[in-house]
Design a protein around this ligand. Sequence first.
Ligand code: ADP
Ligand code: MG
Length: 242
Amino acid sequence: MKTETSGIEIQDLHLSFGDTRVLTGVNLTIEPGEFFGFLGPSGSGKSTLLRSIAGFGPRPSGSIKVGGSDVLSLPPWKRNVGMVFQSYALWPHMSVRDNVAFGLQERKVPAAQIKTRVNDALDLVGLSHLADRMPNQLSGGQQQRIALARTVVIEPQVLLLDEPLSNLDASLRVQMRRELLALQRKLGLTTIFVTHDQEEANSTCDRIAVLDKGVIQQVGRPQDLYDNPVNLFVARFLGTAN
Ligand code: ADP
Ligand code: MG
């Protein structure tokens, strides 16, 4: 599997839904190969920021660059970005193999190449043996691995994960986050991992951006945020202050 990856630069991003300001002046640089976290409570704008990078939803003002190129005017499929959603939403009427192949067929990749790439992607998540199953014959964890395979198979330069583990039970969540990190390290792919769970962010991310009300409160390594929170919100959210 190809592993070209890109950094992300976000400058002065603003977005409102009607009168509600959802993103307010977001500035952020994510380095190539980083496992980066967006951490914040529900409604803080994490999904909206991620969707803006992927190209879903209304167009914000400001600038978003992936690999140095401005992507704001590009549709999602031209951004070299792959996204995994909280509800993994595999196509129920298609086999695992066909679910993973779907994005490649849409991109008119030749059939022989599709076969190899689908096999490689299924190998990567350790589920080649389930290629002919239907989604309803898989556990939640297996479905989420297939959703991941379906995304990495298109060889994105950036991987965006919106609370990908939150539908799984607690012990599986811990196992899956280890797998996710191992996969990310193996591919070396720039990854943004959205979560409202500070434990989950701390145990996986190289750096974290803490969001509140559509504003990035602080960016740093987990330990640095914990040791030196810039304000009471960050301190409370990370559990430094009571
Ligand atoms: P998070 O992912 O951190 O929980 P979201 O990005 O989903 O937060 O939402 C941030 C804010 O934007 C919330 O106040 C939410 O109600 C609002 N919002 C999100 N999507 C829409 C939408 N399509 N229309 C109107 N408001 C929205
Ligand atoms: Mg969200």
